[in-house]
Design a binder for this molecule. Structure first.
Ligand SMILES: C[S@@+](CC[C@H](N)C(=O)[O-])C[C@H]1O[C@@H](n2cnc3c(N)ncnc32)[C@H](O)[C@@H]1O
Length: 208
């Protein structure tokens, strides 16, 4: 019997987020789709997608991150234009309305500078999604750790590993869904990390 070596999984998918991998397995991201990784960092979530023929775009506030991701694109998908990758704050993106089939936003929203900034980013991501398109976001929240976190001011919390993060609660996520008219594609799933951090995966679709 022919076996595919397990090491090839790592070679293909690298450090891709496991919940994004779940979306791949569900067939929600396909070759030829227009996909934006919002807050892409060095591109761990798009390396596979680039070489799989997804039309990948990226935005990040860090010029250094965008430089890295352009280099990655040159290696993985030389036909992807480097202008697909832009330095931008996610609350003001240089992309047309309804451009993307999929927008990813992994490990970014808890860096929002205020509640208005958080909402502004989510609304801006939503603006760029096509009818029927998907938003996949993973971010730290208070879900499952209500009353156990060190609250500073408003929705800002001192995390056990040091930084102060903006943490949405479940009501804020629900309020955003109502405002956007978003349809959940998955139940909200939250992982508690060592009882001091909650990472929530939020996967929603824009109505057609
Ligand atoms: C923890 S990294 C996550 C990177 C990548 N999404 C991943 O999952 O590996 C957070 C990234 O978000 C970017 N970022 C934070 N706030 C941002 C903002 N307001 N607009 C654009 N990018 C932002 C940072 O520069 C950094 O690259």
């Amino acid at each position: 019997m022919f076996h595919i070596p397990l090491a090839s999984l790592r070679a293909q998918f690298g450090d891709i987020d496991i919940y994004l991998f779940d979306q791949l397995l569900k067939g929600r991201i396909q070759k030829g789709m227009q996909l934006l990784d919002a807050g892409c960092g060095a591109g761990r979530n798009i390396a596979y997608l680039m070489q799989a023929g997804v039309q990948v775009y990226g935005a990040d506030i860090s010029a250094e991150a965008i430089e890295k991701v352009r280099k990655l694109a040159t290696e993985m998908a030389p036909t992807l234009p480097s202008k697909n990758f832009v330095v931008a704050d996610l609350d003001e993106l240089p992309f047309a309305d309804e451009k993307f089939d999929v927008v990813l936003c992994s490990a970014v929203l808890h860096f929002a500078r205020s509640e208005e900034h958080f909402k502004g980013i989510v609304q801006e991501l939503w603006r760029t999604i096509k009818p029927g398109g998907m938003l996949f976001a993973r971010f730290s929240t208070t879900i499952g750790l209500e009353g156990k976190l060190q609250q500073m001011e408003g929705r800002f919390y001192r995390m056990a590993h040091g930084p102060v993060w903006f943490l949405a609660d479940e009501n804020l996520v629900i309020a955003m869904e109502r405002e956007l008219g978003a349809e959940r594609l998955e139940p909200l799933k939250t992982v508690l990390v060592e009882q001091d951090r909650a990472m929530t995966t939020w996967v929603v679709r824009k109505a057609v």
